[in-house]
Design a protein around this ligand. Structure first.
Ligand SMILES: C[S@@+](CC[C@H](N)C(=O)[O-])C[C@H]1O[C@@H](n2cnc3c(N)ncnc32)[C@H](O)[C@@H]1O
Length: 215
């Protein structure tokens, strides 16, 4: 059995998202304002490549595809076949010709080079140093990184923790690092800024990839 403070479990995640896929979009609706804010922070330009590891059903795709234009690329990486199937449906429903999905776990697939990176509610990926290293190895120097997710608020809000953990559990397979979920990103980034959102239960971070990280 998976320990709640152990490393993320890909098998458990794939099992969970098999069930979530059909209802995922409805459950994510309340957070759309923050998704838009994260994409705006990336300041995408025509012709750029933006990567979204753990892209899920592709809710971010239409907005990002529009921002990078026909000469740019939006690339998702997704380990759940059922979530990826919803993403393909969205790509086709919106007629998005500049969007593709790489199916598989981040640490198991070839990560493409990117100019901008969106990490939106992907705690399991953030808490796997192999995945973080694989992603960061392919960013262009100075590339922009926007991160949003759930976190545990400071200990003064301890009575809230059980409620937060209960809400979080369906979407992540470990609580490890839930006070500072972004911590594995920091060695790779310059100019990191992070603010608390959603009354302390969320965070919104931004940074730029350090120079000279790529071989
Ligand atoms: C909470 S959903 C977020 C989806 C999307 N980013 C959004 O905000 O709508 C997390 C997604 O990450 C995917 N995921 C988890 N671990 C992964 C891994 N190691 N590699 C690729 N995808 C992963 C899950 O299958 C799920 O679709």
């Amino acid at each position: 059995m998976n320990s709640v403070f152990g490393p993320p479990s890909l098998a458990l995640s794939m099992q969970r998202y098999r069930r979530h896929a059909s209802g995922y979009d409805a459950s994510a609706r309340r957070g759309e304002r923050w998704r838009t804010a994260a994409i705006e922070t990336l300041a995408l330009r025509a012709g750029e490549t933006v990567l979204e590891p753990g892209c899920g059903t592709g809710l971010s795709f239409p907005c990002m595809a529009d921002a990078v234009g026909p000469a740019g690329r939006v690339i998702g990486i997704e380990s759940s076949t059922e979530m990826a199937a919803q993403a393909y449906r969205r790509i086709s429903a919106h007629g998005l010709t500049n969007v593709s999905v790489i199916e598989g776990a981040v640490h198991q697939v070839p990560v493409p080079p990117w100019d901008a990176l969106l990490l939106h509610y992907v705690h399991d990926i953030l808490r796997d140093p192999r995945s973080v290293a694989a992603i960061m190895a392919m960013g262009r120097p100075g590339a922009r990184v926007a991160v949003i997710g759930m976190r545990l608020p400071s200990p003064w809000a301890l009575p809230l923790w059980p409620w937060i953990l209960m809400r979080a559990w369906p979407y992540m397979t470990t609580f490890e690092g839930l006070r500072e979920p972004w911590s594995h990103l920091l060695p790779y980034l310059d100019g990191w800024t992070c603010r608390t959102i959603k009354y302390g239960t969320g965070y919104f971070g931004f940074g730029r990839l350090k120079q000279g990280l790529r071989p």
